[in-house]
Design a protein around this ligand. Structure first.
Ligand SMILES: *Cc1c(COP(=O)(O)O)cnc(C)c1O
Length: 389
């Protein structure tokens, strides 16, 4: 059996995979089928916060596996309650719904916003999202995603979304003025869109507008959340209080989990029968997530800020680098050479990097050692400086 040829034959052709098979990992290091070692700066797309096969996380997951792996949401279980309580205590939000992915968390946020608007005399109110955003691949989250290229092949997408340009508060005010709006939904740093942080004034402006008009503020922290930007959740960098926060990717440390956190206004909107998920709140995923969340402390976050500076100072102004954008350990690097060529060259030289639009996107484990990070940056710098083919 060849994994690569069977993959091409039997797996739905939705991913343009790199020609590498990952067979094991340890910390920030991944190993392929030939035993070749890579420093992985993608973390499975911002998922493996503590790298591969972290021993503390394994112990938490394994211990839960020996108790029970799953039951239905018809019964109480400790891991999901402990995790929900920890999330509420860390954020000040009031209640949590558990899903299995980012898209599912956003679906739940969208349903909640629609129901909230209906409860407040605005049936069929719309949700505003930003141009160039990314919110997921289900039909509603695809519609929420403010990029035509994602909609094109799957029309009609779900109705009820309006799009506003980022960092233009006047345009946002105009949309709010002329429509019944249930919510404004955004990423504080647009990830898939090219690692673009929103301007602080714009984020605060949206928060003020939402407050004034009784519009819900939904922050999509699927990628930015769980320490990635140097705060537990990226909205904390902007001094705002969202009504709904969604997260996923890094929360489970590598097991699938999504969470929707509800603030005061939204904590009682969903009632029995309105929403649910067979796997949501799975005890094994929650036990892993509880371990991860407990370790995202001030010391780790200081490390994120320090490593972020290390990357920014190494790459800003380096030969072949046009710009470095982002926050914390979520950074985009605009290069003179084609990003795909740089990524291939880095891979040959033992560093895994991913892309966002036409940029390199760096999402290293939050606890990557400085030595490994510096080694990887040298490889990236050399590739950026290299001549275009
Ligand atoms: C990845 C991502 C999603 C979708 O998450 P899935 O777990 O792939 O469904 C949604 N929003 C943002 C901002 C993301 O980065």
């Amino acid at each position: 059996m060849s994994v690569k040829t069977d993959d091409k034959k039997y797996i739905a052709n939705t991913y343009a995979r790199f020609p590498v098979e990952i067979v094991r990992g340890s910390g920030a290091l991944a190993y392929d089928e030939n035993g070749k070692e890579y420093i992985d700066l993608g973390s499975g797309i911002a998922v493996n916060i503590f790298g591969y096969s972290d021993s503390e996380w394994i112990a938490a997951v394994e211990s839960q596996l020996h108790s029970f792996q799953h039951t239905s949401n018809l019964y109480n279980t400790a891991p999901c309650v402990k995790l929900a309580r920890a999330l509420c205590e860390r954020t000040g939000l009031k209640r949590v719904f558990f899903a299995n992915s980012g898209a599912e968390a956003n679906e739940c946020a969208i349903k909640t916003a629609r129901k909230y608007a209906e409860n407040h005399g605005k049936p069929c109110a719309k949700i505003i999202t930003l141009e160039n955003s990314f919110h997921g691949r289900t039909l509603a989250t695809l519609a929420a995603t403010g990029q035509d290229s994602f909609h094109r092949d799957f029309l009609p997408v779900t109705d009820g979304f309006l799009y506003a340009p980022a960092n233009d508060i006047a345009a946002m005010e105009k949309l709010v003025e002329n429509n019944d709006i249930a919510a404004i939904m955004f990423e504080c740093v647009q990830g898939e869109g090219g690692v673009l942080p929103l301007e602080k004034d714009f984020v605060r402006g949206m928060a003020a507008l939402a407050e004034k008009r009784d519009i819900l503020l939904i922050v999509d922290e699927v990628q930015t959340g769980n320490g990635r930007t140097g705060a537990l959740y990226s909205y904390m960098n902007f001094g705002i209080t969202p009504d709904i926060v969604t997260t996923a990717k890094g929360l489970g440390g590598g097991l699938p989990i999504g969470a929707v956190m509800f603030g005061k206004k939204t904590s009682e909107v969903l009632q029995p029968g309105m929403h649910g998920s067979t796997f949501g709140g799975n005890p094994v995923c929650c036990a892993g997530a509880l371990n991860i969340l407990g370790r995202i402390d001030d010391k780790l976050l200081e490390g994120v800020a320090h490593k972020s500076e290390l990357i920014v100072s190494a790459l800003s102004g380096a030969p072949g680098v046009k710009s470095v954008t982002g926050m914390g350990l979520m950074l985009g690097v605009e290069t003179e050479r084609d990003a795909g060529d740089i990524i291939s060259e880095c891979m040959q030289n033992g560093v895994l990097v991913i892309k966002a639009k036409n940029k390199l996107r760096l999402l290293p484990p939050l606890n990557i050692g400085d030595d490994l990070l510096i080694k990887a940056l040298d490889v990236i710098k050399a590739a950026c400086a290299g001549k275009a083919e």
